[in-house]
Design a protein around this ligand. Sequence first.
Ligand SMILES: Nc1ncnc2c1ncn2[C@@H]1O[C@H](COP(=O)(O)OP(=O)(O)OP(=O)(O)O)[C@@H](O)[C@H]1O
Ligand SMILES: [Mg+2]
Length: 352
Amino acid sequence: MTYFEKIKTLPIKEKAVIMGIETSCDETAVAIIKDGREILADEIISSATEHVKFGGVVPEIASRMHTTAILKATKTALEKANLTLDDIDAFAVTEGSGLLGALLVGVSFAKSLAFSCNKPLVPVSHIRGHIAASYLADKGLKPPFVTILCSGGHTAIIAVKDYYDFKVYGSTIDDAVGEAFDKVARVLKLSYPGGPNVERLAKEGQNVVPLPKMLKNYQGSEFDFSYSGLKTAVINYVHNKQEKGEQINPADVACSFQHAAIDVLIEKALKVVNLTGYKTLTLSGGVGANGYLREALQKAVKDKDIKLVIPEKRYCTDNAAMIGAEGYLQYLKGNFADLDLNAKAVIPLSQK
Ligand SMILES: Nc1ncnc2c1ncn2[C@@H]1O[C@H](COP(=O)(O)OP(=O)(O)OP(=O)(O)O)[C@@H](O)[C@H]1O
Ligand SMILES: [Mg+2]
């Protein structure tokens, strides 16, 4: 019997222990999740400091760092959970979207574990993982709900109709919100990673810098986003002032940008909540760690019949616990991969 034939004969356990493996960008992460909701271990080794001097993630460096960190992260996760590889029921791994070389480290590692332990290999979409982080934040959370997906590469308002059925109401037509934070950080001479540094500086902002309204006269979906124009407006504002030899107040720029970038996420999400009639709203992705967004959302749903589920900041940015949580859902469906699984640079939002 081949490996794949063998794992197809294994019973699916409702109470399963899943190892999640995430290497799509600069975090090497391994987590162990019980029953899809309980985090037994959650290791993250970040190579972010290696990328600071380049102002962004260097894919080749990220891949090499994954290669040296992945075994350590796995051993530590097993130790902290007080388990051995024999206790793991399936190995879930991010297959995409992400940096191809970086993803391949996790995919190859997960394949060898699955093959040597004779356990299922479960491919997971990184974005579905971000959304599944909310199942860890609220153990009672069940679809349907609306989620604001706001990460480094994605921005969308999505209705999670059930665990496996999603409807994208609107998404960005150009840059992602996290990408805009990173680019604005650069023009304000803030170091990588930009988002948290823009947030820190924005706290000192006092005066409004006028920025254009997003997607004025746009003919597409009213739930779509465009961050390219906003980013360019900030860059132009800073450069024009510099050319004239005038001072800018970086805190005012950061604060005005943050308002413009975030307020529209909340506004459109609430419209989708109204439209669907769903009573729960969740946050998914790295920009969900933004304190202004978290507070503004709390205020926006106050006095409304909407339950808010906001994962801890650690589970908004890239981590493996979310991959274990989504991996569990895919495991229950028997969505296993054979040993020819390949990494994918892009997995469309609409795909499983
Ligand atoms: N406090 C914050 N405020 C604003 N942005 C933030 C904050 N913390 C992180 N970010 C942004 O979140 C992004 C990283 O999030 P995440 O890890 O989800 O993205 P990614 O994995 O690169 O992209 P994707 O998940 O779309 O593939 C970066 O753009 C970063 O600047
Ligand atoms: Mg991510």
